[in-house]
Structures are given as structure tokens and as C-alpha cells.
Design a protein around this ligand. Structure first.
Ligand code: FES
Length: 140
């Protein structure tokens, strides 16, 4: 095989692999909305309307290194979990039914309780309250 032919074949294979990876990543992200919000005076307001189509909202806050998973519960209260692995601080991703760490495989359920180590501690919760229009996350 000549160099030119080799490069053409390997480039096509790389493009195919990259396209497949991108589609997989997009599909994995597609079911959990991501919202960007600001923290002001140790609080953040998330519009209640953001939970119209999904009970789970992954929120990215400026100045906060890790995302926060905000979940609407059946009693209309809200929970907020810091998506920071309690093993070695790796960011977590949502599985739909919980959260997983890609670094060493720890898993947490939807309440942030460890279901598989090596992590030994549950996820950090932030207190929440609800106003007429927003879910308020308290970062005190
Ligand atoms: S950092 Fe998450 S399992 Fe090790």
C-alpha cells in the first residue's frame, strides 16, 4: 500500500470514528437539559418553567467548578446536588437514574447516595426554596 492510499484509508476511518463518537456524545446529552445561571449573594434563581418538560435540570453556574443537578420531587419540592465525585473530585454525569464518575466508576443514586465505590461519601446537597416563579438554590 502506498503512502497516499494509506493516508486516505486511515483518514476516512478516523472521520468515521470521530463522527460516531460525536453522535454518541450528543445522544447522551440530549435527554438532560443544561441551564446556565448566575450566583448572586450566595443564591441562584432557576425559573420554575425550566421544569415543565423534565424533572431534572443540570445547571452550570459561573464561578462554580462543578454542575449542580436540580430535581423536582413528587411533592413539588426541589433537591440540588453538587455533581462532584466524593472520591477524587471528578465531575459526574447523569445516567438518568443517578450519577456516575468516569474516573474510577463510582455511582450515586438520584438522591446522591453512593451505590458503588470507590467513593465512600454521598454527594453534597444544597438547600433549596421555592418562590412564586423560581427555585432558589442556597450556596451558603
Ligand atoms: S474520582 Fe470518582 S470514582 Fe474516583
Amino acid at each position: 500500500m502506498e503512502r497516499k492510499e494509506f493516508l486516505q484509508k486511515t483518514c476516512k476511518a478516523c472521520i468515521g470514528i470521530a463522527a460516531g463518537w460525536m453522535l454518541t456524545e450528543l445522544a447522551a446529552c440530549s435527554h438532560t437539559p443544561i441551564y446556565k445561571a448566575e450566583v448572586k449573594d450566595h443564591k441562584a434563581a432557576i425559573p420554575l418553567s425550566m421544569f415543565a418538560s423534565s424533572d431534572l435540570l443540570i445547571t452550570s453556574f459561573r464561578g462554580l467548578e462543578y454542575d449542580v443537578a436540580i430535581r423536582k420531587e413528587k411533592d413539588n419540592s426541589y433537591t440540588a446536588l453538587l455533581l462532584k465525585c466524593t472520591h477524587f473530585d471528578n465531575p459526574l454525569t447523569s445516567t438518568g437514574t443517578g450519577y456516575t464518575c468516569s474516573l474510577h466508576g463510582s455511582m450515586f443514586d438520584r438522591e446522591g447516595v453512593v451505590t458503588q465505590g470507590p467513593a465512600e461519601y454521598n454527594l453534597k446537597h444544597y438547600p433549596t426554596s421555592v418562590s412564586a416563579t423560581d427555585v432558589i438554590i442556597h450556596f451558603d
